[in-house]
Design a protein around this ligand. Structure first.
Ligand SMILES: [Zn+2]
Length: 78
């Protein structure tokens, strides 16, 4: 079974695979496998949500990214 990033849910393969950790993807963790700041990841997810929903100009993508992260195991304790 494929593994998924604990922080953003991306499948951990190909470009997303992080060779320093099997918990987080290459976007969410740095080259040492250390998880980046929640704010950085939230901005990345906001950009991704905007990309898949480009005609939506009224949504608060940062707020939606915040809700998305609250459902992820890496951030659910916050
Ligand atoms: Zn990730």
């Amino acid at each position: 079974m494929d593994k998924f990033c604990f922080s953003c849910g991306a499948p951990l393969k190909e470009a997303f695979a992080n060779k320093s950790t099997d918990k987080f993807c290459s976007y969410c963790a740095d080259e040492n496998g250390k998880l980046k700041d929640r704010k950085i990841i939230q901005e990345g997810i906001a950009g991704w949500l905007k990309m898949i929903d480009p005609s939506n100009t009224t949504s608060d993508f940062m707020a939606r990214a915040d809700l998305y992260l609250k459902a992820m195991p890496a951030w659910s304790e916050n």
